[in-house]
Design a protein around this ligand. Sequence first.
Ligand code: NAD
Length: 454
Amino acid sequence: MTTVINPATEAVVETVPETSAAEADAAIVRAERAFPAWREVAPADRARLLRRFADAVDADLAHLAELEVANSGHTIGNARWEAGNVRDVLHYYSAAPERLFGRQIPVPGGLNITFAEPLGVVAVIVPWNFPMPIAGWGFAPALAAGNTVVLKPAELTPLTALRLAELALAAGLPEGVFQVLPGRGSVVGQRFVDHPAVRKVVFTGSTEVGRMIMAGCAAQVKRVTLELGGKNANVIFADADLERAAATAPYGVFDNAGQDCCARSRILVQRTVLDRFLALLEPAVHGVRVGDPASEATEMGPLISASHRARVASYLDDTEIAFRGTAPDGPGFWFPPTVVLPRTPTDRVVTEEVFGPVVTVQPFDDEDDAVRLANDTPYGLSGSIWTNDVGRALRVSRGIEAGNLSVNSHSSVRYWTPFGGMKQSGLGRELGPDALNAFTETKNVFIDTSRGSH
Ligand code: NAD
């Protein structure tokens, strides 16, 4: 049994049974048996079922959001957005079954056509930081392409995924097509990697576990998509709108209490405006409203667990805190927004993903220096560039090795556009028009049309 704890109050929310290895295997076999019929569902009918699933999520949006507030400590505003994102991603990919085109390629002697074939059973492994959206980015395109799905939520945050599985059944998805298996990574996740009927693993989580998954999948040449960690730069040039850059920087990193792979956790500021920027940043950090995540006005909730809070705090052991915001006392895994001026560029707080509300501020001299510092990490997920010079915005965007960049903004995720990491931030892309490619195999068929052929 997993005991689900409300991170804002430390109260027990619920206990959830853990799926055993044998139960995981049985679910994989059910998914394998459900696959032939699911892939044969007429495209318009599969589309209709996904739209119904999206509508069921929409009808349950307030409830899903409340579950996430209680289970994960997400602010109510964020939690509503997250449930809405699952709905939107389902609607977006519900257009896919009727548009899963192959190609006819001119060849001599016959007709050549390609098919986008589903893979079979797809396994999705989800981390605790965004339980709903990350689940949806995997299961929605996978189901649309005709695969069946087994999904493991993170140990700490199973509640919304379990609810989504109920909604899928209620919307009419056949039994076995989408199953949610709460449990341990080392048990259920490992069966996804090892069981030969699972043809693909979509993993979002730490780079450390992602490496193990990739190595494990290599044994069966199993397909993988990996969405891993980040240590993203927020690069602020002297010519930028400094007021806006400073007012938004806290939200670029402290949203979801910094438990975001896209958190802009390294602020890089052109040296000539460093003092002015810090003077503007301080009141902005003090202005972040940290507290009860169920309250409409709250902008940042607690961290996910006591052990995670201890891990985040350890990054402040040998470093200089410039200033901090506030956080409630009493029960709950609270941590105030914290701004650090690192002593050296090799401090742990600069090089490692903290995954909490901690941001470093470092100066740079010129454009080349900014790009060098931004790229001085094994990660390459996201980042922001603040400048009013369009040429510079484009040069620096091309120079930074990261999969998702934003100029004069901190937005990384739009379901219409591809999302994923370079370097050790991942492999493959989710969302956008091409995500179906990650859930299908191209099959090529040649038909001999020469005279005399039968
Ligand atoms: P984690 O790697 O500890 O766990 C992620 C998931 O993998 C969980 O469901 C866990 O149970 C499972 N797992 C653990 N060990 C496993 C094993 N041996 N085999 C199979 N599955 C296993 O990560 P976390 O602490 O839950 O999440 C935080 C991490 O996720 C951060 O590093 C963050 O950057 C990353 N993340 C990345 C993205 C992205 O899109 N790039 C998005 C969100 C989070």
